[in-house]
Design a protein around this ligand. Structure first.
Ligand code: SAM
Ligand code: SF4
Length: 331
């Protein structure tokens, strides 16, 4: 049988590659980085643009369709627009996006769009400037807001990522509802996940069904088809935008996951939450051929676990005893 090259052992096609272009960041979000930051990789260990383009090109030849640039903060990477321009010209790329904290977006949105970027996800955890500063360390709400407006003006399809932590107030949720009603963008609430350098705090998880209850009390929602999207998305009646919920913890979508992740130092990770990785950079720098690299890409696909396994007794980052209040409905 001739299986597609990016189909894993559970029948999922991994057509979506998230590429981290830097480990550096100018924010210190409480759920992502400790205040003192994390040890940074030496510059020589970070993939060059040529290396990223080579891996991306092979991935697209194998049947990949979507690429997202992320970080750290991707707009801190020097000459990022050149990388965007190179990637956007690769044959086979159907969906090309970038996730940013928005700080430099007002400066970059125009050139990113011109270079071929299609979509942008902007992280914005509160519409209240003081609360945003507490959560992210960024005191320049207005600068991020100008970045959002610029992205919309430039015609970049825009999503707003809101990590919903316990303590998120009803007024804040409703304010995001109004934002999605007024602007042609999608606001997506995301559950806190054990991803990060700040440790795991189960008490920080706000199950998104509670956020959704608040939204539904104030807005009329119309469900949209899911099509392998991680978010459960809704149109808002009489509104211009949408609202979505990414309940990775309480309602995992691993059975339908299409993602692979490339770290800034060239390791391919089949799952965001697992320590399994395939080292592409070392092989590339030792002179690996394209066929060898394709073989390594296939290996990462083959190694993709069925689920993120958070809550399993053997999972490395979480004490399952510490999860009593979380309702798992799958995965
Ligand atoms: N610096 C960019 C930004 O913040 O958008 C890109 C990198 S950031 C790691 C990508 C996304 O992951 C952001 O939307 C961020 O809010 C989200 N994120 C980071 N840590 C998270 C966590 N522990 N749980 C849930 N989402 C998280
Ligand atoms: Fe930086 Fe993004 Fe992490 Fe916030 S979520 S600390 S902006 S990498």
């Amino acid at each position: 049988m001739n299986l597609p090259l990016l189909t894993d052992t559970f029948g999922r096609t991994l057509s979506y590659l998230r590429i981290s272009v830097t480990d550096r960041c100018n924010f210190r979000c409480v759920y992502c980085l400790p205040p003192e930051g994390i040890p940074l990789l030496p510059g020589k260990d970070i993939l060059s643009f040529e290396e990223i383009l080579r891996i991306s090109s092979l991935y697209l030849k194998m049947g990949g369709e979507r690429i997202r640039l992320t970080g750290g903060e991707p707009l801190l990477r020097r000459n990022i627009v050149d990388l965007v321009s190179g990637l956007s010209r690769l044959p086979g790329l159907k969906d090309f996006s970038l996730t940013t904290n928005g700080y430099y977006l007002e400066d970059f949105a125009g050139s990113l769009k011109e270079a071929g970027l299609q979509r942008v996800n902007i992280s914005l955890d509160s519409l209240y400037p003081d609360r945003l500063a507490q959560l992210t360390s960024c005191r320049e709400f207005k600068k991020i807001w100008r970045g959002i407006e610029k992205a919309l003006d430039m015609g970049l399809r825009t999503k707003i990522n809101v990590v919903a932590l316990n303590g998120l107030k009803k007024e804040e949720i409703i304010a995001f509802g109004w934002m999605a009603k007024k602007y042609p963008l999608e606001v997506r609430f995301i559950e806190f996940m054990p991803l990060c350098g700040t440790g795991w705090h189960p008490e920080w998880v706000l199950p998104l069904y509670r956020v959704k209850e608040v939204v539904e009390r104030h807005f009329s929602l119309k469900s949209l088809p899911r099509r392998r999207e991680v978010a459960e998305s809704y149109e808002i009646q009489d509104g211009r935008g949408r609202i979505g919920f990414i309940a990775s913890m309480t309602e995992p979508f691993c059975h339908d996951c299409s993602r692979l992740r490339l770290t800034s130092d060239g390791k391919l990770r089949p799952c965001l939450f697992s320590n399994i990785e395939v080292d592409l950079k070392t092989q590339m720098r030792r002179g690996a051929t394209d066929e060898t690299l394709k073989g390594l890409l296939s290996r990462a696909v083959f190694l993709k676990p069925m689920g993120h396994g958070i809550g399993d007794v053997h999972h490395s980052s979480v004490d399952p005893q510490a999860l009593p209040s979380i309702r798992f409905v799958g995965g």
